[in-house]
Design a protein around this ligand. Structure first.
Ligand SMILES: [Zn+2]
Length: 56
């Protein structure tokens, strides 16, 4: 039987483009969750550099 957590609302998750680990929605990303691609500032700052510039 699957567990249910009625007291916890579902939070969306994404995969970090740098470390490929799933990370969970955080309140600080409420405004720009659609644009969040990295789990942390550390990963965001260590994103792989492409010779043709950054992907938008
Ligand atoms: Zn990461």
């Amino acid at each position: 039987m699957p567990k249910s957590n009625p007291n916890k609302s579902y939070l969306p998750t994404k995969l970090c483009l740098v470390c490929n680990r799933p990370f969970t929605w955080r309140k600080k990303w409420a405004k720009n969750w659609e644009e969040v691609k990295y789990c942390s500032d550390k990963c965001r700052n260590s994103k792989p550099q492409s010779p043709k510039g950054e992907l938008k």
